[in-house]
Ligand binder design. Structure first.
Ligand SMILES: [Zn+2]
Length: 317
């Protein structure tokens, strides 16, 4: 049995895949506060755990042939949950406070209220925290983060990256992540979306993922797998790393299923030796040693010198 989800994780997951809104019942002048989260049903484990922690009702809907699960929390429950977690919100804190202020109050002009809310939605939540908390990071990246091995180096090493996209008025999350861990920001969709990209070289992956991977739910196995490989100090068994990560993404773990042994997957990855030269040779082609420097043509210093002398001698004859 997993421990109950923390407020910080729930705030992080609300900042990414969740929604704060006001419901306008036609017969009632007081709008009702609603919190909701949607996930593909194959990934609904996290919604069950959130429901376990805060209540609400879980329903399945079908969108274009795909099954989605939706957790909805309304009214006074939503209010008490949001009151509790709003201090941990990074992106939707300002909007959450605007909704809390308007919920359950009589509204005279509904159109005006909606217009004001739309405007509040685009205002940034300031000040930003200096550093993201571990559990918020786990929740946020469980929603909007994406681990990928898009390319291999010429010698076959994997280059894992973390991507995270955010709408242009929701960039607080990726901004504090960039401030804490580096990485780059790109414009997408004509500037409407910002894409954050962080190269997870081994030391960066250990520094970052060891902070929060164990708090993740949706992408925990992927993060723990990359972390396990990173602890070897290299990703030289690139093809296998890419294949296992792909497999982990394609088969998410459901609630009540036995947990995958990520350690077993990490042990399938070979701790390949560092190549002796940039072309992937493991040793000098002449003497077979790899403790001397590679100089050229696959030869070590000594063999290269002998070879040059031999050629010079040959031309002199
Ligand atoms: Zn040699």
């Amino acid at each position: 049995m997993l421990p109950r989800l923390s407020d910080k994780y729930i705030a992080g997951f609300l900042d990414s895949d969740g929604c704060v809104s006001l419901q306008w019942n036609p017969t009632c002048t007081r709008p009702q506060l609603t919190l909701s989260w949607s996930q593909k049903t194959s990934l609904d484990r996290v919604l069950c755990l959130i429901q376990d922690a805060i209540g609400g009702s879980l329903a399945e809907v079908s969108v274009e042939g795909n099954s989605y699960s939706r957790l909805t929390v309304c009214g006074s429950t939503a209010r008490s949950v949001l009151d509790r977690i709003r201090k941990h919100l990074v992106i939707k804190r300002h909007y959450a406070e605007a909704c809390l202020a308007m919920a359950n109050r009589p509204v005279s002009d509904r159109h005006d209220a909606k217009r004001q809310l739309k405007w509040e939605r685009r205002r940034p939540s300031l000040p930003l925290p200096n550093f993201p908390s571990r559990k918020w990071l786990a929740g946020y990246l469980d929603g909007d983060g994406c681990f990928a091995v898009s390319r291999l180096t010429p010698l076959g090493s994997a280059c894992p990256v973390l991507h995270c996209a955010a709408a242009r008025y929701d960039t607080e999350g990726i901004e504090i992540i960039q401030k804490a861990f580096g990485g780059r920001m790109y414009d997408m969709c004509h500037g409407r979306v910002k894409q954050y990209v962080l190269q997870l070289n081994p030391s960066k992956a250990v520094e970052m993922l060891s902070m929060f991977a164990h708090h993740m739910i949706v992408k925990r196995d992927q993060a723990m797998f990359i972390l396990g490989c990173a602890r070897m100090g290299h990703y030289r068994d690139g093809e296998r790393i890419r294949a296992i990560l792909k497999q982990l993404k394609a088969h998410p773990q459901r609630l009540n299923e036995t947990a995958l042994d990520v350690g077993l997957l990490v042990r399938q990855v070979q701790d390949k030796l560092r190549p002796w030269n940039k072309k992937g040779l493991m040793a000098c082609t002449h003497c077979g040693r790899n403790d001397r420097r590679h100089v050229g043509f696959g030869l070590c210093e000594i063999c290269y010198r002998d070879e040059t002398l031999r050629r010079r001698h040959a031309t002199m004859l």
